[in-house]
Design a protein around this ligand. Structure first.
Ligand SMILES: Nc1ncnc2c1ncn2[C@@H]1O[C@H](COP(=O)(O)OP(=O)(O)O)[C@@H](O)[C@H]1O
Ligand SMILES: [Mg+2]
Length: 251
C-alpha cells in the first residue's frame, strides 16, 4: 500500500540569463492512496511534477512537507526498509554497456542481498516475461534502447518488491515492446502488488489503470477511474483533460 499525504517539494534554481534565483514549486499539496492489486496512473505533461513525486515515494528525495507511507512504513524515517519493499524504475537510462543482462541481474541480486539461487530463478522468470531470454548473454551495448529499458525493468523487480513504481516505463518504446511491459504490469497487479505508473502518453492508461490522478503544475486533479474522469470533464479522451487544464478551464 502507498499513502501520500499533502506532499510538497520546491526547488531553487538560477535563471540562466539573469542569474537571479527562482523558486519552482514542483509538487504542491499532493495526496493519494494506492492499494494492493491496484494500478494507479500518474498522468501529466512534461514538468508537471510526476518524477519529483515518484522520487520522494522511492526515498531518493526528501519532501519539504507531507508524509509518505509504503507498506505501513514512513519513508522519511525508515528509508532503508522501504527500499527493500519497493521496485523503482527511473527515467534516467542507466547503461552498463559491458555487462550482459544476466550478469547485471546477478550483480543487482547481490546488491539487494537476494539469495543467488533465488535471484537467478527470478531473473530468468523476468527475462522470459519480457521476451529477453534470447539476449540474456549479449553485452548490453549490443541491445536496442527498448531492450535496455526492459533490462532496467527486470532489475527493478528482481528483489520481488511488494510495491512497484515505474516512471514513464513505455516512453520511447515501440507498440509491441510497450505491450510486453504493460502485460508484465498486469501480472504484477494480479500478484497483489501495489503499482504506480507515470506517463504523459494517455492511451496507455485507459487500458491498464484502475485509477488515475492527473498532475498539472504540481497539483493533483481527478484521482478516479479513467471513465469517471472523462465523464467529470465531459471529454472523450484524457488528453482533452490536459487541454482544459492548460487553458485554465475547469479545475
Ligand atoms: N533536481 C531539480 N532541481 C531543480 N528543478 C527541478 C529538479 N527536479 C525537477 N525540477 C523541476 O520541477 C518541475 C517538475 O519536474 P518533474 O517532476 O521532473 O516533472 P515530470 O516528471 O512531470 O516531467 C519542473 O519544473 C522541473 O524543471
Ligand atoms: Mg518525469
Amino acid at each position: 500500500m502507498i499513502k501520500v499525504t499533502n506532499l510538497h517539494k520546491a526547488f531553487t534554481v538560477k535563471d540562466g540569463k539573469t542569474k537571479a534565483k527562482k523558486r519552482i514549486e514542483a509538487v504542491r499539496g499532493i495526496s493519494f492512496q494506492v492499494n494492493p492489486g491496484e494500478i494507479y496512473g500518474l498522468l501529466g505533461p512534461n514538468g508537471a511534477g510526476k518524477s519529483t513525486t515518484l522520487r520522494m515515494i522511492a526515498t531518493l528525495m526528501q519532501p519539504d512537507q507531507g508524509n509518505i507511507e509504503v507498506c505501513g512504513l514512513d519513508t522519511q524515517k525508515e528509508g532503508e526498509k522501504v527500499r527493500g519493499k519497493l521496485g523503482y524504475l527511473s527515467t534516467d537510462m542507466n547503461v552498463y554497456e559491458r555487462f550482459t543482462p544476466r550478469e547485471l541481474l546477478r550483480l543487482f541480486g547481490e546488491f539487494q542481498g537476494v539469495d543467488p539461487t533465488i535471484a537467478e530463478r527470478r531473473g530468468i522468470y523476468l527475462l522470459e516475461k519480457l521476451q529477453l531470454m534470447d539476449f540474456s548473454d549479449v553485452k548490453m551495448d549490443g541491445l536496442s534502447s527498448g531492450q535496455k529499458q526492459k533490462v532496467s525493468i527486470a532489475r527493478a523487480l528482481l528483489h520481488d518488491p511488494k510495491v512497484v513504481i515505474f516512471d514513464e516505463p513505455t516512453t520511447g518504446l515501440d507498440v509491441l515492446t510497450a505491450k510486453t511491459v504493460l502485460d508484465l504490469l498486469r501480472v504484477m497487479k494480479s500478484e497483489g502488488r501495489t503499482v504506480i505508473v507515470s506517463t504523459h502518453v494517455m492511451p496507455l492508461v485507459d487500458e491498464i489503470c484502475d485509477r488515475v490522478g492527473i498532475i498539472f503544475d504540481g497539483e493533483l486533479y481527478g484521482d478516479a477511474p479513467p471513465r469517471e474522469i472523462l465523464g467529470r470533464y465531459s471529454v472523450r479522451t484524457l488528453d482533452e483533460v490536459f487541454f482544459q487544464l492548460a487553458a485554465g478551464g475547469v479545475r
